[in-house]
Design a protein around this ligand. Structure first.
Ligand code: GCW
Length: 704
């Protein structure tokens, strides 16, 4: 198949491929590094350097003997300090005396170092660089696939997938295209991702068998990903002891149930010795869980943690637990409160190898949400923060929406105010002062001067995201959505990277062959830097969320969820709009935050505009901090957002000829749909609020 190379086109390897490279070290991943170098050299005429002769690039394990002289010099010289505590995946990069050196204690570090050199391109072989250590901030950087083996009549094969079918499963079986799986692993490794789960968290009947009789399929995927340092995890159904084991219960405290999980897990490890662990969605949206047995979620998670512990595995237990059958008339239930109410009381009860996986916001991956208060509420629990790379609520890979700026805001949010730790530090774990050390500059931003990547992969739960990949030729449906996948991996490695600089990296690699990369880069920045804000402008206003068409969640439907059991309401009436989540008069959700945010959010005066309707029900005439009224803000942003979508399309029209015609055409087709959809959003939202409020647009524009 003619699959797009994404951010690893041949041209991205020109700098390495045209030089003499020496790779020293043993092990599977060191072989991968050798293969990468050989592949690049075959294209560009470089080659392996003579071990005794000169080299331009040396990639060596510190344990290799004898070390090439340039590496030895680094080890003996001023680089020595940097070499302390590199861990499993870290590396030191330096350039001196005309040789670029990557040194690592473990082969995964060599591979990450190699991809660092790929990102730098020619700059890796320019001026001298002082030795500098790079380590991942997060120990586990994981993508969850919501892929099914079977094709669901409504959801398709990949739940919330916008890129075709699954790359793992086809026609009810493991894919025949394992090369594609390997290529995926290679792309992910280049971003820093080191774990994936291969099936949907909603584990249906067929997929439940991956744990037992279909484990061979999982092993085959693991074989493809292992050379790139990526470990495979599996979503499991909590009721498996009943469905697969023939037991009468799945009670986590039942001895037979525990024995079944222990034996089953042992077989998993006998087949896949480096298996990562389980992912569980329990008591959520119809999935079975411990509540049926009046057990807590700690009981459930710990049972699986105990089965995994002897083998070094972890369980990712999702905190996405809420009542999806609530009565819309019941104003005392607030879905946003649910995760905190369920889990905060359990802090300290989870095993060390149980990771609580928390969506970054309290609701569900909306375009704008506050940071989930759970993240600050469980200091004695390993927390992983879950993001959604797949664009369920952000344009479904038909709209351009570069999400790194949103993730960056989430990661930089400080629940205890300016002096406290931020979300990145909490997901990283450890460090008392809370900083993730200095998380560095992207290579594109300040060539040669990047600070270290951050901590040594602390004990926190790390960063997880729902993948946006499918069997589409461009991997992600919308070619520009590749940037989100790339940025996720980079931010999980180094959460303080600047989103614009990460985009630069992605552009530099992906379009390495473009005939005018500078012009293309400007265009793409103009199209993508602010695309999340553009999307926000023409969709649900001021943090109120949803207003999407129920079921598939694409396109506007202002009241679509208003009288449903899903707990996602905006409460618009003739006087005003928004959800009162205050302690004083509302659901009390603001009280789930520590100071200062519990106070900041409590008052409409101090609540940030962009979240006003998430926290408050206000009259249409309420004046925002921006000076505009709520209703005028709605009109203005919707007109502006739709206009910006049209401008984005114009920019792309001018870029024709700068990129591969097929890619250009695919983006163009998506932009046509984005412009159409943005106008639809604008017109429905504006008409809705004009009709509800009766307040005319101050600028007299046409509202239907
Ligand atoms: O965002 C919602 C989606 C569901 C999804 C669920 C979850 C996998 O609409 O499709 O189910 O979240 O995160 O579990």
């Amino acid at each position: 198949t003619d699959v797009h190379p994404a951010w690893l086109p041949p041209e991205a390897f020109r700098a390495i491929g045209s030089r003499r490279t020496l790779v020293r070290g043993d092990g599977l991943l060191a072989e991968t590094v050798r293969e990468e170098v050989a592949r690049a050299s075959a294209l560009y005429g470089g080659g392996p350097a003579d071990p005794a002769g000169p080299a331009d690039l040396v990639l060596a394990l510190t344990t290799a003997t004898p070390l090439p002289p340039a590496a030895q010099a680094l080890l003996d010289g001023p680089g020595a300090d940097e070499l302390a505590g590199l861990g499993d995946e870290g590396y030191v990069l330096a350039r001196h005396d005309g040789v670029t050196v990557v040194l690592a204690d473990a082969a995964a570090g060599l591979l990450h170092g190699l991809f660092h050199v790929v990102r730098l391109g020619e700059r890796a072989f320019g001026a001298a660089r002082p030795a500098q250590a790079h380590r991942p901030a997060m120990r586990r950087r994981m993508l969850d696939h919501w892929d099914n083996i079977d094709v669901h009549p409504v959801m398709g094969q990949v739940e919330r997938g916008y890129s075709g079918g699954s790359i793992f499963w086809r026609d009810g079986a493991l894919t025949g295209d394992l090369a594609r799986v390997r290529a995926y692993g290679r792309l992910l490794a280049a971003t820093g991702v080191n774990a994936i789960s291969v099936n949907n968290v909603n584990v249906h009947a067929t997929e439940a068998h991956l744990l037992t009789d279909r484990l061979g399929d999982v092993a085959a995927i693991a074989d493809e990903l292992r050379p790139y340092g990526i470990r495979v995890h599996l979503s499991v159904n909590f009721a498996s002891p009943i469905a697969l084991g023939g037991l009468s219960t799945a009670d986590p405290l039942d001895a037979d149930v525990r024995a079944w999980w222990a034996a089953t897990t042992e077989r998993v490890y006998a087949t896949i010795p480096d298996f990562g662990g389980y992912v569980v969605k329990a008591d959520s949206e119809g999935q079975p869980g411990p509540f049926a047995y009046e057990r807590t979620h700690a009981d459930g998670a710990n049972m699986l943690a105990d089965a995994l512990a002897p083998h070094g595995g972890v369980v990712h237990w999702r905190a996405f637990v809420y009542n999806h059958r609530q009565d819309w008339r019941d104003r005392s239930t607030d879905r946003a409160r649910a995760a905190f109410d369920h889990f905060a009381p359990l802090d300290g009860q989870f095993r060390d190898n149980a990771i609580l996986q928390v969506k970054h916001g309290p609701l569900d991956f909306q375009t704008r949400e506050p940071v989930s208060p759970v993240i600050a509420a469980m200091p004695s629990t390993r927390l992983a923060v879950e993001l959604q790379v797949t664009q369920e609520y952000t344009g479904q890979q038909r709209h351009v929406c570069y999400l790194a700026p949103m993730w960056s805001e989430v990661l930089g949010f400080r629940p205890w105010g300016p002096d406290g730790r931020d979300v990145a530090a909490l997901a990283t774990g450890g460090t008392a002062d809370g900083s993730v050390a200095d998380s560095g500059t992207a290579d594109g931003a300040l060539a040669g001067s990047g600070a270290a990547d951050g901590g040594a992969g602390g004990p926190g739960g790390g960063l997880v995201a729902v993948s946006n990949v499918g069997d589409d030729r461009f991997w992600t449906g919308h070619p520009l959505a590749q940037a989100n996948l790339y940025a996720f991996g980079r931010l999980a490695w180094a959460p303080r990277l600047d989103p614009g600089a990460v985009l630069d990296e992605w552009i530099g690699l992906t379009f390495a062959a473009s005939r005018d990369r500078a012009a293309l880069g400007r265009t793409l920045h103009e199209m993508m830097d602010g695309s999340w804000h553009t999307y926000e402008r023409y969709t649900a206003p001021l943090g109120v969320g949803f207003m999407v068409r129920p079921g598939h969640h694409y396109g506007p439907d202002v009241d679509g969820y208003e009288y449903t059991p899903w707990g996602t309401y905006h409460f618009a009436d003739r006087d005003g709009v928004g959800v009162d989540r205050t302690r004083a008069t509302g659901t009390g959700y603001t009280g789930q935050y520590p100071e200062p945010w519990s106070e900041v959010y409590e008052s409409p005066e101090s609540c940030p505009d962009e979240l006003l309707l998430f926290f408050h029900h206000v009259p249409y005439g309420h004046v925002l901090q921006s000076g505009s009224t709520v209703v005028q803000h709605i009109y203005d942003t919707h007109f502006a957002g739709a206009e910006q979508a049209a401008e984005t399309r114009l920019r792309w029209q001018k870029a024709e000829g700068l990129v591969d015609p097929a890619l250009w055409a695919r983006v163009k087709e998506r932009l046509d749909e984005q412009v159409r959809s943005a106008e639809e959003w604008r017109d429905q939202v504006n008409a809705y609020f004009l009709r509800k409020s009766g307040v005319p647009d101050a600028h007299g524009r046409r509202i239907h």
